[in-house]
Design a protein around this ligand. Sequence first.
Ligand code: SAH
Length: 264
Amino acid sequence: MHCASPLVHLVGAGPGDPELLTLKAARVLSQAEVVMVDDLVNPAILEHCPQARIIRVGKRGGCRSTPQEFINRLMLRYARQGRRLVRLKGGDPCVFGRAGEEAQWLAARGIASETVNGITAGLAGATQCGIPLTLRGLSRGVTLVTAHTRDDSELNWQGLAQGGTTLVVYMGVARLEQIQQGLLAGGMPASTPVAMIERASLPDQRHHACTLAQLCVEAGHFELESPAVLVIGEVVAASAMLAGIAPLSSAVVSTATPMQPASI
Ligand code: SAH
């Protein structure tokens, strides 16, 4: 069976703040019959699809989760029934969101899909903290990286440490020691500033900054929990400089700790 127009939309719900949803995502949701939703999605987003049947299919690293094969088969079943299906994922579906795998799996079975971007957590988190991910003279690029690999293989720490880009690390909370040791061994200065940003863009966002040398100790004091991203690079220190120009949103100020640690 082959569908002319995609019945399956792989949609990014953004990082949490319902206002960071795209207009296209809101429209596709409002037309959906079935929405299969990941557990990092803010439930408030579902106000755009009161008409749809909601199926929760969490897939959180380390926790009880719905097997990918089950999710795939369920998507296929709804698509073959001709139902308008949205697969709703946190952030952007193509950034550590398996949209590519799911689209390929569906395509191999004759089901076309369309992906709708969302704002990925790392970009939103940095912006909420006033951190410019690129800044002329300080950072010439951004590298999005996950600390979590399927086969526990090592990252190219030297390449990451010396690449001259701001690093944004996803799924790193349980691997802070490897990240710290890897980057230090790869040649990144111990004084490099790091921001840890938990629940980016949500009303209970928390964030804290320290140096790479202090990362594990500071994360312990801060009681950092998932979901969180790390932003690593000189631009983190620039956020303190920009704070007066681009104040943190009021939702964040109430729970925020100062971004500038004494040692930066
Ligand atoms: N597709 C998502 C990423 C999914 S992987 C995106 O584009 O954002 C899950 C990881 O994303 C979490 O372990 C965490 O590192 C990060 N993450 C997701 N939502 C987050 C949030 N609101 N604040 C901080 N980190 C978040």
